[in-house]
Design a protein around this ligand. Structure first.
Ligand code: HEM
Ligand code: NAG
Ligand code: NAG
Length: 330
C-alpha cells in the first residue's frame, strides 16, 4: 500500500518534472540563438543543403524525414529523461557498447542522409567549433530542404542541445506505422502535442520522397485502390523486390507542392496510412482544402514544423553540443 503510493507519487513527480522541463525548454528556443556565437551557421547549413539536394534531389526528402524521426522519439517516464524529442538522438550510430535508434523497424535500411549531416556538421565546426548542436543543424536542414524544393520559408527557433542517449524501443513504439488508421494517426500525433491539422499538414511531406515496396505491397495487392497498378506491380511484385522504390507523389516527386493531396482525392495514396487521410473521415475536408490551395498547405506545414521542432528539446546546460553528430563526445 505504502509502496504503491510511493511509486505512484514518484511517477507523477517525474511526469510533472518532465512537463516543466519540456515547457521551460521550448520557451528558451530563440530565432537569434547563434547570431552572436556563430553568425555564419545558418548560411553554412543552407549552402550545404542546397548543394546536397542539387546532387541528389531525393536528399531533400531524406533530410526532412530525419528531423521527423528525431523529434518523434520522445522521453520515457520509465527511465527519467532517457531520451527526449528533437535532440539529435537519431544521428547516434550504434557501436560495440551503444545501441541507438538507427536499427529500429521504421529506421533500419530506410533512413538516409547521415553522411550529408556529418558533412554539414564538419563545415559548421570549421567556422564555429563546439557551438552549433546537431539537433539544430537537423532542424535548419529540414527547413532548407523543404524550401529548396518549393516549400514556404519560415524561421527556425534554435538553441536545442544534443542528447547523450537514444532509445531503440521508443523508436520502435513512437514512430507511426503504415498500417495505422486515421484515429491511430490522430492519437499518435496528439501524444506529441500536435493537432490533427498539424498531422495532415506534416503528412504533406510525402509530396517528396520515396517508399520501399515492403511498405506499400499490402495496399497494392490487398486493398481495392486506384493506384497505377500495372506499373507499381512491376516495381513491387508479390514476393521479392522489398526494397524497390516508388515515389509517394508520382505526379511531382521532387516538388514540394500540393499534388500529394490531389493524389489522395484520386485514391492514389501509395501508403495505406496516407490514404487514411482521405477515406471518408474527419480529415477529408482539410485534404480537399490543401489540394485546392497549395499556399494554405505550405503555410500550415511551416507552422506545424515549428511546433514539431519544439517537442521535448534539451536547452541550457542539458545534454551537450556534439562535435560529431554520430557519436557522443568522449
Ligand atoms: C503520418 C504518419 C507517417 C507515416 C506512417 C510515415 C511513413 C513513412 C514511410 C513508410 C516512408 C517510406 C520509408 C521507406 O520505404 O524506406 C516514409 C518516407 C518519408 N516520410 Fe513519412 N511517415 C509519416 C509522417 C511523416 C512526416 C510527419 C514527415 C515529415 C514532416 C515525413 C517525411 C517523410 C519523407 C520526406 C519521406 C521520404 C524519405 C526519402 O525518400 O528518403 N513522414 N514515411
Ligand atoms: C564504449 O566504447 C568506446 C570505444 O568504442 C569507448 O571509448 C568508450 O569509453 C566506451 N564507453 C563505455 C561507457 O564503456
Ligand atoms: C484503428 O486501429 C486500432 C488499432 O491500431 C483499433 O483499435 C481501432 O479500433 C481502429 N479504429 C477504427 C475507427 O477503425
Amino acid at each position: 500500500m505504502a509502496a504503491a503510493a510511493f511509486f505512484a507519487s514518484v511517477v507523477s513527480v517525474r511526469a510533472v518534472l518532465l512537463l516543466c522541463v519540456a515547457a521551460a525548454a521550448s520557451a528558451q528556443l530563440s530565432a537569434t540563438f547563434y547570431d552572436a556565437s556563430c553568425p555564419r551557421a545558418l548560411a553554412t547549413i543552407r549552402s550545404a543543403v542546397t548543394a546536397a539536394v542539387r546532387r541528389d534531389p531525393r536528399m531533400g526528402a531524406s533530410l526532412l524525414r530525419l528531423f521527423f524521426h528525431d523529434c518523434f522519439v520522445q522521453a520515457s517516464l520509465r527511465f527519467f529523461l532517457l531520451s527526449v524529442g528533437c535532440d539529435g538522438s537519431v544521428l547516434l550510430a550504434d557501436t560495440a557498447n551503444f545501441t541507438g535508434e538507427q536499427g529500429s523497424f521504421p529506421n533500419k535500411g530506410s533512413l538516409r542522409g547521415f553522411d550529408v549531416v556529418d558533412s554539414i556538421k564538419a563545415q559548421v565546426e570549421a567556422v564555429c567549433p563546439r557551438t552549433v548542436s546537431c539537433a539544430d543543424i537537423l532542424a535548419v536542414a529540414a527547413r532548407d530542404a523543404a524550401v529548396t524544393l518549393g516549400g514556404s520559408p519560415y524561421t527556425v527557433l534554435l538553441g536545442r542541445r544534443d542528447s547523450t542517449t537514444a532509445s531503440l524501443s521508443l523508436a520502435n513504439s513512437d514512430l507511426p506505422s503504415t498500417t495505422a488508421n486515421l484515429s491511430d494517426l490522430i492519437t499518435g500525433f496528439a501524444r506529441k502535442g500536435l493537432s490533427t491539422t498539424d498531422m495532415v499538414a506534416l503528412s504533406g511531406a510525402h509530396t517528396i520522397g520515396q517508399a520501399q515496396c515492403t511498405n506499400f505491397r499490402s495496399r497494392l495487392y490487398g486493398e481495392s485502390n486506384n493506384l497505377n497498378a500495372a506499373a507499381l506491380r512491376a516495381t513491387c511484385p508479390q514476393s521479392g523486390g522489398d526494397g524497390n522504390l516508388a515515389p509517394m507523389d508520382p505526379a511531382t516527386p521532387t516538388a514540394f507542392d500540393k499534388a500529394f493531396f490531389t493524389g489522395l482525392i484520386q485514391q492514389r495514396g501509395l501508403l495505406h496510412s496516407d490514404q487514411q487521410l482521405f477515406s471518408g473521415g474527419a480529415t477529408d475536408a482539410l485534404v480537399r482544402a490543401y489540394a485546392s490551395n497549395g499556399g494554405t498547405f505550405r503555410t500550415d506545414f511551416a507552422a506545424a514544423m515549428v511546433r514539431m521542432g519544439s517537442i521535448g528539446v534539451l536547452t541550457g546546460n542539458q545534454g551537450q553540443v556534439r562535435v560529431a553528430c554520430s557519436r557522443v563526445n568522449s
